[in-house]
Design a protein around this ligand. Sequence first.
Ligand code: TIU
Length: 232
Amino acid sequence: MTTSHEVPAEPTPFRLVPGKTALIVIDMQRDFILPGGFGESLGNDVDQLLKVVPPLAALIAAARDAGIMVIHTREGHRPDLSDCPPAKLNRGAPSQRIGDPGKYGRILIRGEYGHDIVDELAPAPGEVVIDKPGKGAFYATELQDVLTGAGITQLLVTGVTTEVCVHTTTREANDRGYECLVVSDCVGSYFPDFQRIGLEMIKAQGGIFGWVADSAAVIPALAALGTPLSQV
Ligand code: TIU
């Protein structure tokens, strides 16, 4: 039995299963990441998220080379805000709430420039893009159907922010029976303490929500996935 598909992860090695793994890239949207955008207007340090872009671009490239499914998500709402509950809409500073005009268009509104994914990580033609109204990528979306249809049982989880949409999605996926490997340098939080503790929470208690490894550990295993077993 080969171990080349095995990622040295915590709390235990994580074995990638050919044909069963997808990479999910959560909410790498201009509104959250770019200077002058919604995230920064809330007082957040967007450099903490910007630094995720280069390693994540490399991981996405490795996934595409290996032929594994890449799924992107975007958090946002309809222009009439009919899918945004008041409890979400009413939070945040007045004039900087969802639907208000921002530097990159109406904040977190589908179709606006700021709602879309940063250029460096743009979805390739044919890749699935899930528009989600909540923090989790399963709530009120077609993600479950997409994964079931493709026979996916494992997720490599990336994107922003670690303690919010990455955590919510990982927890939702874990409860649905997916094995989740969170890629530590390909997820980001505005808050360094939340980044550190958010990752610890995933892998604590024997991997209560999943596994954690960095992209340097994942990429060689992905490369092996693109190679027939007889050659590894
Ligand atoms: N994508 C995501 O995490 N949405 C957020 O609102 N995150 C914050 O950390 N605010």
